[in-house]
Design a protein around this ligand. Sequence first.
Ligand SMILES: NC(=O)C1=CN([C@@H]2O[C@H](COP(=O)(O)OP(=O)(O)OC[C@H]3O[C@@H](n4cnc5c(N)ncnc54)[C@H](OP(=O)(O)O)[C@@H]3O)[C@@H](O)[C@H]2O)C=CC1
Ligand SMILES: O=C1O[C@H](COP(=O)(O)O)[C@@H](O)[C@H](O)[C@H]1O
Length: 458
Amino acid sequence: MVSERVDALVVFGATGDLAKLETFPALVGLVDRGVLDVPVVGVAKSGWDLDRFRGYAAASLRDNGLDPDSGPGKRMLGLLRYVDGDLDDDATYAAMAREMGDGKRALFYLEVPPFLFGRIARGISTAGRAEGARVMVEKPFGHDLDSARELNDTIHRYFPEESVYRVDHWLGLDPLEDVMAARFANSVFEPLLNRDHVASVEITMAEAFDVAHRGRFYDATGAVRDVVQNHMLQVLATVLADPPDGSGIDSWLDAKARVVAAIRPLAPEDVVRGQYEGYLDVDGVAPDSTTESFVAMRLAVDSWRWAGVPLLIRAGKTMPVTATEITIRFTPVPVDVFGVGPSGIRNQLRFRIWPETELGLSLVGKLPGAGARAESQEMVFAQQAGSDMRPYDRLIGAALDGRRGLFARQDTVEAAWRVVDPILGDAVPLHPYPRGSWGPEEAQRLLPEGATWHAPAA
Ligand SMILES: NC(=O)C1=CN([C@@H]2O[C@H](COP(=O)(O)OP(=O)(O)OC[C@H]3O[C@@H](n4cnc5c(N)ncnc54)[C@H](OP(=O)(O)O)[C@@H]3O)[C@@H](O)[C@H]2O)C=CC1
Ligand SMILES: O=C1O[C@H](COP(=O)(O)O)[C@@H](O)[C@H](O)[C@H]1O
């Protein structure tokens, strides 16, 4: 359901890295499709004026292969306003309110360092602009369970939960919606997705690149906080959650929250951490850092549907490829008529969700000729990219429209922290691994006997 459109968009941190990389290009797409036609007020403390800010936005478009002189480019730049001031000063919020005009339904987008989130919520309220407004908050939502709860409490002092849009940009990925479509637009898969038929579920998020210039940020974060607590548990929930019912998107968000809440908190023995060789030389990384750039884990869900099914996740930097795939391995046939068992061949459903969309179903058949030797072939349903809409285009558009389905809810975020909280920090030993490898060998021990990790193709 689309609620009322907003009458202003305020971007806190509009001179930052994320704004340049993602926000301005996304805004052009929204203008082009007629979704955005209200003032866009950038707030930062760079000492800039509006012309300089427009120049920054225009450069961001050029960096992203977009033309600032195109019709949509010019219209987007024309919507921009700029307020220069410290976010710790109430005068900044008063100036922001003047630039916003008289509207009563703004979208405030907080893309600033997280310690400012609470202060900004208070500033908006002091300026009399919190009522009826929506607030879109960038990750991270806390550093652990306690800080996430604290952050939620602070934001809720000024904004009710239904006005809070927590960004997990993977929820804006088209391929993740394709997973939902495969599950809920086909009748053949859903009856199989449970402990009676599934032997394991695995998600590998491999990134071939290293932490590059993000050493300071990454070293304080690590793979568990950076991508597992948020992106990967959201992906896992998309695979495991019960189907939504006809009551609307909330039933889907409820189902995802329920399944994340049923994941057992991790124990150190369920986790393997790794650090790529050369990580300690990265600018901004502590010389004796024990931050992980790789993590593998075995999770369990205490539910009637998934009890006992091994759920395996691994994520790492400097892997051999950049790709994310979900593989669902089905149980072997009960009676091995075709000698399938010893070959290890079995049915598998594979979702590739990054960088392309692909759905593969492995089926087993008999090799032609005499005898009964089995072979496996994968049937692939590959989507042509239907649109060049960026995740942030989809996300900001959804928030402008008041559609909360693509955002992370408080209960799910806190439940995800509860899962990873016991293994944060140095609770799990750290193993070195060579760049270009699939991480430490030790990750092998997390798998069911005889299994190997699925390696997504390049
Ligand atoms: N960069 C990325 O790729 C991603 C970032 N994020 C999240 O987005 C948020 C912003 O990240 P990023 O853009 O990289 O950060 P940057 O440090 O590049 O930008 C921070 C922005 O906040 C402004 N700011 C900081 N302090 C104040 C203040 N006291 N008063 C007014 N303005 C202030 C800065 O203004 P000024 O420059 O004028 O000081 C700048 O515009 C973070 O929560 C981050 O975790 C999430 C996903 C990816
Ligand atoms: O949030 C993050 O996500 C990226 C991966 O997402 P992508 O859309 O850029 O592929 C990850 O590389 C980064 O470390 C993390 O902060």
